[in-house]
Ligand binder design. Sequence first.
Ligand code: AMP
Length: 417
Amino acid sequence: MTIDNYNFKGKKAFVRVDFNVPVDENFVITDDTRIRAAMPTLKHIVENGGRLIMASHMGRPKKNPDPKYSLKCILPRVSELLGVEVKFAEDCNQADEICASLKDGEAVLLENLRFYAEEEGKPRGLAEDASDEEKAAAKKAIKAAQKEFAKHLASYADCYVNDAFGTAHRAHASTAVMASSFDKDNKMFGFLMEKEVKAVEKVMANPARPFTAIMGGSKVSTKIEIIENLLTKVDNLIIVGAMTYTFIKAQGGMIGDSLHEDDKMDLSLELLKKAEKNGVKMYLPVDNVIADKFDNNAHRQTTEIHNVPNGWIGMDIAEMSERVFADVIKSSKTVLWNGPAGVFEMENFAHGSKALAQAVADATQLGAYSLVGGGDSVACINKFGLADKVSYVSTGGGALLEAIEGKVLPGIAAIND
Ligand code: AMP
């Protein structure tokens, strides 16, 4: 079932959205991107006579209710964008009446799902010195309660729509568990989720070749599974960011005081061997911009990547690397980019990330399919104003990374089941 061919007329539709937007200390939304991203799905439902029930989490509340994390502050913005006066259910678990009272084209927003520990299905308030048995019992109890909670949420509606890709990697009540209460003809992805799923499939399932992945960021340890999975898929793998220095040190290079992980050096050599065995061309930077302290105004110089003196830190890739990488990227037909090339938050060390972003945009112009995703890469591509010059910018940080790792995401599996 797809959202396009479902008949919403007269139907109560439970839509799991991601309205986890940043708000300031006065509860003013500072970035409404996520609310706007869900609008195509929400508008489609109300415009087709559906009765819309929106549910989301916000932040990481630890109690119920927790006014700091109330979704009430976003209600005016949701109403404005949707063009419908949205009702508010003060308690997501006691919204039977308000949901039942909806008429065609009307909408309600439920209060933060995470006010209930059942949403995440993780025990709360367990004593620190709890025994293993107590922990196991609490876990079992909350899992059972989660099923009931999910069933209750499902009882509000006739159909279930998941449009929250950002939480698709979590097996929460509203993102996965409740889907089992609906038959396959009454559950579907929203438009945003559909786009994300297709983008990941396009890159990971059957990519046009050559396929180049660019992996950056701070640590090898957080990206091991991704790199390992990519080594079975890509033609070229470009490594940038601080994780470079673990590889370089492992190869015997001098990395000065650059960020690195001593306990991941063996692993990095194994990854290089694996790349060779799989016929994947692995590219490490050849030069870098170094600084005498971790500061935008530090003294700077450019050196070869394996020649960083003591007292200096590798902060960004330099010109030669930019050129080599740009050539590889621009001759690719599929490009995946995750993680900045350097400390892009500091103006003086953003050049490499900008050059990569530009190369990904150029490759797209030349006909490649490009997917950019995972926290900082999205911030990067936005910072350089190139978001609309790539094929797709993913909205899901952790979810996208797990999909690239090759994991089955519970939120996707629950619909496809
Ligand atoms: P991650 O969260 O692992 O994707 O890493 C992103 C972070 O890595 C960004 O905040 C960058 O500033 C940081 N980063 C990138 N290159 C370096 C580097 N050479 N040294 C220290 N941090 C870096």
